[in-house]
Design a protein around this ligand. Sequence first.
Ligand SMILES: [Zn+2]
Length: 132
Amino acid sequence: MESENPTPIGSMLIAKGALCTIYKKIWISCSHQIIHPSYKGKCSTLHGHNYKVEVWLTGKLGEIGMVLDFNLIKDIVNQYDHKHLNDEIGTTTPTAEVIAMIISKDILLVNPNINNRVRVWETESSYAEYWS
Ligand SMILES: [Zn+2]
């Protein structure tokens, strides 16, 4: 890819417009309850999970050589930490799939030009992933 207007930073040149992928892993603890007439599984009672959330972001480097500040990604995910997801997300079915989609949409609100992939681990063996 051809870079746009390289910016000198010390002795380095940052190729603005160059594509880069960044990754962040965050743990959050939340309660939820899946309430739906056709669902009778374990998650139908009120309980909690320690979710591991992994985020991949691919986009163009900005003025300061970042796709997105890692701390901003952490803040986006942490808004759900120690919250009851049914209330926070506003759904009766806050599944791992839905949580991944909501976090993905939150990231798009900050920067719609970043491709993202959000993986939400509900247990050590189960995750859902959403791409946008
Ligand atoms: Zn659950």
